[in-house]
Design a protein. Structure first.
Length: 262
């Protein structure tokens, strides 16, 4: 059985990721043997900056001209020190994806996306603060353990090591998870329960099977419902949280004082 962790958004950026899936999410387990495991390991190694080719290593983001304060949100600063490590991870991921298509990543667009998402995160953080929502270290630890379980890993430490191999530090991963938990708590406060019903999960499962049948990918059999129950539940929760967060952000941006210096 093989599994791969994907980080859809770096560090504090959350809203776009939550609209699609969990921030640290598993791919479906494959019923393969050692060969499959080796293939997965090779794939992970190729995403590891330390194991990349010399061409990959030469790809560096352009950090010239980035101001000390990249944005201000209702008087709160989003600093260069916050922006740079997040942008560097985003650049690494974009570079890996761009190499498949033979095109270099659009750094201007990537910088704009990064700062916009940092602004969104700051807006949601301010709203959470105003509602008295706080995320403790215990909350983060509990979420990491849950994510480790969903990824068929033995512990949060094992999960963090796997994420680190993909270019994200433990502090960045914990920050990402902290923001995820904060947004989930904010969404629940805004819209009530975000937990899907069993009926909704079975509908998602049926949709997945239908899409697979339509795609004609007969070799990729979807596991039984019970086996992917937790994954479906996380996907449904993430989609609901994403919808609530996006709606909330529309209202928050209307009254916000936002200055982008990038």
């Amino acid at each position: 059985m093989t599994h791969t962790i994907r980080t859809h958004r770096p560090a504090r950026t959350t809203v776009g990721a939550l609209a699609a899936a969990a921030l640290l999410t598993l791919t479906a387990c494959n019923a393969g043997g050692d060969d499959d495991s080796k293939a997965s390991d090779d794939s992970s190694a190729s995403a590891d900056p330390s194991a990349s080719s010399s061409a990959d290593a030469a790809a560096e983001p352009d950090l010239d001209g980035i101001p000390d304060v990249v944005a201000e949100v209702n008087g709160e600063e989003v600093t260069k020190d916050e922006f740079v490590p997040i942008y560097e991870v985003a650049f690494q991921q974009a570079t890996s994806q761009a190499q498949m298509g033979g095109q270099a990543p659009d750094e201007d667009a990537l910088k704009k996306q990064t700062v916009d998402e940092l602004v969104d995160t700051e807006l949601l953080s301010q709203e959470a603060d105003s509602r008295g929502i706080e995320v403790s270290d215990d909350d983060v630890d509990a979420e990491l353990e849950t994510l480790a379980k969903q990824n068929q890993m033995g512990s949060a430490e094992e999960l963090l090591k796997a994420v680190e191999k993909q270019g994200m530090s433990e502090d960045q991963a914990r920050s990402q998870v902290e923001t995820q938990v904060m947004v989930e708590q904010l969404a629940a406060d805004e819209d009530g329960s975000i937990d899907p019903t069993e009926k909704e999960l079975r509908a998602l499962y049926a949709q997945a099977k239908k899409q697979q049948a339509q795609s004609g990918q007969k070799g990729q059999k979807i596991p039984p419902f019970a086996q992917v129950h937790d994954q479906l539940e996380e996907q449904a929760r993430s989609e609901q949280v994403g919808k609530v967060a996006e709606s909330l952000l529309k209202d928050l941006r209307k009254d916000a004082d936002i200055t982008i210096n990038l």
